[in-house]
Design a protein around this ligand. Structure first.
Ligand SMILES: [Mg+2]
Length: 314
């Protein structure tokens, strides 16, 4: 077997996220028992009809914005990132109403920072920052402190609640950790995440996840749109099936609830670890390939890797 290169992992991460997002999208909001009844187990629900095109959602559209900003600036500059989000906005991608309001105010040049801070008490603690953060983990993977810092900056345009920020930071660190550990040892990954986790809630979730076995249900970790009910869930779904993209992502989507984001985050982790060759070829082929589809996503992953290879990141 060919060794998985760094560039393979960039491609795997981007495509893994896009496919997980797209497969989870049509069943967002469904209860897990309904999903099982209609689609079967985790393996079966990943077998979508052969002629169906897979369409990604806001999760991947915003991940593209983060990646583009990193390619151009080499770091997160909040105002530049906001410009990307606005330029890329396609309302048909299923943005939540809160995100749409913030993006609308951003596009009008209004006081979006005030809206981000006040729309929800204490700011949003949704998983919207975590769902787009994977490129931060890729680009800064050789420096986990930098990952933690840049992930925070990437969250701030839309998520200022500490839980929303911490969720993004933990997911970014998990991606970065996988970039530098070709042999997956869950205890070591969870130890790194626990060392960095700040809140009792995330510490409890990570400790619980670390003690799950493959036969345990991950539903205790949550399946909701809150960062604390989806980020560690996705990490656990990957960690319980580290060598099987379909099983990991299928398990995440099978939990129901925020299925596109659970699929996106789990897919990003699995794709990073397995590389692009570890993704199911039929699902890669079914990913939409229009103007901002598969080929553009591949080109962006290549561009971000080239940015990583530049001698100095400011
Ligand atoms: Mg979505």
């Amino acid at each position: 077997m060919q060794p998985i290169t760094i560039s393979d992992r960039y491609l795997g991460c981007f495509l893994g996220q896009s496919i997980g997002d797209a497969v989870g999208s049509p069943i967002e909001g469904m209860a897990p028992d309904m999903i099982y009844q209609f689609f079967g187990d985790s393996q079966a629900l990943m077998q979508v009809p052969a002629d169906r095109e897979l369409h990604y959602t806001d999760d991947t559209e915003m991940m593209i914005g983060v990646a583009e900003a990193l390619c151009d600036e080499g770091r997160i500059i909040e105002d530049r990132l906001v410009e990307r989000f606005v330029a890329n906005l396609n309302p048909a991608r299923g943005y939540g109403p809160g995100a749409i309001r913030v993006l609308q105010v951003m596009s009008e040049g209004g006081n979006w920072k005030h809206l981000t801070e006040t729309m929800f008490p204490g700011g949003s603690y949704g998983d919207g920052a975590a769902m787009r953060v994977a490129p931060v983990g890729l680009l800064f993977h050789s420096d986990l402190d930098r990952v933690w810092h840049e992930a925070r900056l990437s969250a701030l345009p839309t998520h200022v609640h500490p839980m929303g920020i911490e969720g993004a930071q933990l997911l970014a660190v998990a991606v970065a950790w996988l970039m530098t550990h070709t042999v997956f040892e869950p205890e070591a990954m969870y130890a790194e995440l626990l060392r960095r986790a700040v809140t009792d809630e995330f510490r409890w979730l990570l400790s619980t996840a670390a003690n799950l076995s493959a036969d345990d249900s991950v539903s205790i970790l949550g399946n909701g749109i809150e960062a604390q009910r989806s980020v560690v869930t996705s990490i656990a779904c990957f960690a319980l099936a580290p060598d099987d993209y379909v099983e990991a992502v299928g398990r995440a989507i099978g939990l129901g609830g925020d299925t596109d984001t659970l699929g996106a985050m789990t897919g990003a982790l699995s794709g990073t670890h397995l590389g692009v060759a570890g993704l199911p070829g039929n699902l890669v082929n079914q990913l939409e390939n229009g103007e901002r589809g598969r080929d553009a996503i591949i080109a962006l992953a290549v561009r971000l890797h080239e940015r990583f290879c530049l001698p100095a990141l400011v």
